[in-house]
Design a binder for this molecule. Structure first.
Ligand code: APR
Length: 184
């Protein structure tokens, strides 16, 4: 059966979906991690598109997202979402809502552009040190709630780059999508 929310283990740059999401920074400059992989696979065109975007609209604030074409990638578009840098303590609540916003704003952009299949990496869980289990819960519940009221999006794929992330996502999907037969 077709699953509207699913998880795969692999490299997001290989997916021929309508849009892949990049874990970007506010400057939209390429870094290490998934953004480095995306920029390498997309070629110099993506760097130019990100520069243009930055010149036209300035930096992309944390929790927000912008969309560009995808250069040489097999996907049609790249959505550049800026996740928060994790902090313990009193800022933790803000960080969680900023991470949810990064997912929400990416999905809103997808809907605006008529994109139906979207692949997400685990935003903020690499260089930005967001706790992985908490990040998976926020990613899954935010996407779940969005899809319930947005029939346009036919599929969201969570792309896990490691065995550890794949295990976390599998357990979390089983838990947070229990009883959601139309989503999984
Ligand atoms: N496909 C899918 N997932 C990947 C890939 C890939 N090719 N490469 C890395 N990942 C995973 C990492 O394992 C991690 O779980 O993406 C997740 C996000 O890690 P980062 O790329 O470090 O993103 P983030 O924590 O949001 O930090 C963003 O890092 O690279 C810089 O420019 C980037 O400054 C920004 C910051």
């Amino acid at each position: 059966m077709h699953k509207r929310i699913m998880m795969i283990k692999g490299d997001i740059t290989h997916l021929p979906v309508d849009a892949i999401v990049n874990a970007a920074r506010t400057s939209l400059r390429s870094g290490g991690g998934v953004s480095g992989a995306i920029h390498r696979a997309a070629g110099p065109k993506l760097k130019k598109l990100c520069q243009q975007q930055r010149h036209q609209q300035g930096a992309c604030p944390t929790g927000h997202a912008v969309i560009t074409d995808a250069g040489n990638l097999p996907s049609r578009k790249v959505i550049h979402a800026v996740g928060p840098v994790w902090r313990w303590g009193w800022r933790a609540t803000l960080k969680q809502s900023q991470l949810a916003s990064a997912y929400q704003n990416s999905l809103l952009l997808a809907v605006e552009h008529g994109l139906q299949t979207i692949a997400f990496p685990a935003i903020s869980t690499g260089h930005y040190h967001f706790p992985r289990l908490l990040a998976a819960r926020i990613a899954i519940t935010t996407v779940r709630d969005f899809l319930k009221s947005n029939p346009v999006i036919s599929q969201v794929i969570f792309v896990c780059f490691s065995e550890r992330d794949a295990a976390i996502y599998q357990t979390s999907l089983d838990f947070y999508l229990k009883g959601e037969d139309d989503l999984c």
